[in-house]
Design a protein around this ligand. Structure first.
Ligand SMILES: Nc1ncnc2c1ncn2[C@@H]1O[C@H](COP(=O)(O)OP(=O)(O)OP(=O)(O)O)[C@@H](O)[C@H]1O
Length: 637
């Protein structure tokens, strides 16, 4: 009966509330009660037959049944759309609501009129008409066509809703004078765009390792590597696109000589850092990908024992109270300046929250220093470690970092990047010490330079290497899922490799713990192109979102990139919501076993999608080579 999901609901209007019930058992809690004092407008709308829209003040609390809070927590302040069974019902409801809401005039808008305007495309205006304003703006700058709307308007609406939530409706509406400025990619896909044009880059890991020292000592922000948005429909974007093309041409010439994989990787990370910098310093910048912090799951008690700091932390919502978070970090990190203990060797990578350095342990703590655990005193001098240095004051979402720290601290497994220890320096800097993964991330051995449509199709990985990487990732995921943790951002960028050919999962910022009370999450996190449809469709979801992303990662290995990467982000979301399982473009490169595995990962129906435990039994994984073979093929000596 209402909302974009068009679920059947029963409506009760009393003197104070408009309440929505799941059934006609009105003694049960309503799923939502809207205070009549909060209703600012009610009007007929053409989203569906016999449909009207209710608008509300945004600062009033609503009565939401805890059972349904996951559905409403992100939706509660959006317009509510109600479609009644008959035209007569519609008029009845409109009149009754108008009569009872103090902020309305008491006289309803005319309803019994002939509608000349339906949702449609007006070629004169060059945009959709009959949809809410903020959506019309988004649609104008997206690549979603009127045909898409006709084919599946629900999927378009879900993509729009999701897009607004992910980017923040507030920011979409801020610049009324130039709506196009506000259309933001969800997460920059720039690395692929740039890599794609560098056809001449030959990827060789042996060269990488020998050359990396000279090229990767310190971060150098290179302005020519500025990212550009994909959605180049409006003037702003066109300017960006042209600029970017010029940059690409310039870059192309210089990159002819570049054969260093690590350099490419660093540049990519530097772009992200530039983008991060732009985000922080220029509120009008076109590119503002925004990662949404995981919402708070319900804390649980383990057999009546006190909640652990981890669960405690995850209860924090967006508050991001620095002091509180730093205090919690100190439950895991040592409150000591670690500089004397390490010697920095070179920069290994740049993440959004800080740089990662290859370092050497040069000193051990005193055995009698109570601040260190015994295990810290037993570490090995000369041990090579990766140190992620994070300036806490510059972090808009410290909670993500805290999440990462807690999950890493608790997750010791051979397919998870091993966390060693962490330090907090004067409450300002956090150093996370991890095992060093010298092979970099999986993205770098894939071949985004390949032209998918070219006749000489091949993949840089053979099937047994793909099976090996997937098997190892599955084992890491099984460990997380067995511990009721969903990773939520599985993609090739978050799979690290080392010189022994080992494969490990990293980046636990988006991890969340499933609890008994809430075994399905409803928060939107992750990277859109790898996102499961149930996330885009804003349904509750569970650990199988990682299985979907794993399937997309396998597509990356075969096709060189995830599906829809060339689409504008809003269109990509629409396609994820609408298209079902994505199609492999180079299907002929792999055997039936691989395709069967992929099918099991990419089932839109979550019930039909395999669990990680089931995936581990698939024949495809029997094709897996061992780490030695993987290492040799990649020439890591
Ligand atoms: N343990 C490690 N060993 C070697 N290199 C690493 C290690 N961890 C990260 N890196 C390198 O550093 C880069 C940045 O890592 P990081 O985890 O900070 O990336 P991110 O997920 O993009 O950023 P953030 O977590 O800050 O959002 C990686 O792409 C990788 O190349």
């Amino acid at each position: 009966m209402f909302s974009f999901l068009w679920q059947k609901r029963y409506l009760v209007l009393n003197d104070s509330y408009l309440s929505f019930y799941k059934s006609n058992r009105f003694s049960e809690d309503p799923v939502l009660s809207v205070a009549l004092t909060s209703i600012t407008n009610v009007s007929r709308i053409q989203l569906k037959q016999n449909c009207f829209e209710i608008l509300r003040l945004t600062d009033q609390k609503e009565n939401v049944s805890p059972m349904n809070s996951y559905f409403y927590e992100s939706n509660s302040k959006r317009p509510i759309f109600i479609s009644t069974r008959t035209e007569q019902d519609l008029h009845g409801w409109l009149d009754a609501i108008f009569a009872k809401c103090p902020l309305l005039s008491g006289v309803s808008s005319p309803t019994n009129f002939t509608h000349k305007v339906h949702v449609g495309y007006d070629p004169k205006v060059g945009n959709f008409v009959g949809v809410p304003d903020s959506w019309a703006k988004l649609l104008q700058t997206s690549e979603i066509t009127y045909d898409d709307w006709n084919r599946n308007s629900k999927a378009v609406i879900k993509a729009l809703q999701f897009y607004e939530d992910y980017n923040g409706l507030d920011s979409i509406q801020t610049d009324q004078s130039n709506p196009s400025l506000n259309l933001k990619p969800l997460k920059s896909p720039t690395k692929y765009i740039i890599n794609k044009r560098t056809n001449s880059i030959k990827r060789s890991l042996s060269k990488t390792l020998s050359k990396s020292k000279t090229d990767s000592i310190l971060p150098v922000y290179q302005s020519e590597l500025k990212p550009f948005p994909r959605s180049a429909v409006n003037n702003n974007s066109i300017i960006n696109l042209k600029d970017a093309k010029t940059h690409e041409n310039d870059m192309h010439a210089s990159r002819e000589k570049v054969t260093d994989l690590r350099t490419t990787q660093l540049k990519r990370k530097e772009q992200q850092a530039i983008q991060h910098h732009l985000q922080k310093h220029d509120s009008n910048a076109t590119l503002k990908p925004r990662r949404v912090a995981p919402a708070a799951p319900v804390a649980k008690l383990h057999n009546g024992k006190a909640i652990t700091p981890k669960e405690n932390l995850l209860e924090l919502k967006d508050a991001d109270d620095s002091e509180e978070i730093i205090m919690k970090m100190k439950t895991v990190a040592i409150d000591v300046n670690p500089r004397p203990y390490f010697q920095m060797i070179e920069k290994a990578g740049q993440g959004a929250s800080g740089a990662v350095y290859l370092s050497k342990r040069v000193k051990l703590p005193q055995k009698n220093d109570s601040r260190f655990l015994n295990s810290h005193c037993d570490r090995i001098i000369e041990e090579r470690v990766a140190i992620k240095q994070i300036h806490l004051s510059e972090q808009p979402k410290k909670q993500l970092i805290m999440n990462e720290l807690l999950v890493m601290n608790d997750s010791h497994h051979e397919n998870i990047v091993n966390f060693l220890e962490a330090y907090i320096i004067y409450d300002k800097e956090l150093w996370v010490i991890m095992e060093y993964m010298e092979g970099g991330c999986l993205t770098d051995i894939l071949d985004p330079t390949a032209d998918i449509n070219a006749s000489n199709k091949s993949s840089p990985l053979n099937e047994s290497q793909m099976a090996y990487i997937i098997k190892e990732t599955c084992q890491g995921l099984k460990f997380l899922h067995d511990n009721k943790i969903i990773h939520r951002d599985i993609k090739s960028d978050n799979i690290l490799l080392n010189s022994q050919g080992l494969v490990k999962i990293t980046d636990f910022g988006f991890c969340v713990e499933l609890t008994e009370k809430r075994s399905k999450r409803a928060t939107m996190v992750g990277t859109p192109y790898w996102m499961a449809p149930e996330i885009v469709n804003q349904k509750g979801y569970g650990e199988k979102v990682d299985v979907w992303s794993l399937g997309i990662m396998l597509i990356e290995m075969i096709d060189g990139e995830p599906p829809y990467l060339n689409e504008d982000p809003l269109k990509a979301l629409y396609l994820i919501a609408n298209n079902g399982s994505p199609v492999l473009r180079r299907a002929e490169l792999v055997s039936k076993k691989t395709r069967q595995f992929l099918d099991a990962c990419l089932q839109v129906n979550v019930e039909l999608r395999a669990s990680v435990r089931e995936l581990l039994m698939f024949d495809f994984l029997l094709l897996a080579c061992g780490p030695k073979e993987f290492k040799q093929t990649l020439k890591w000596h």
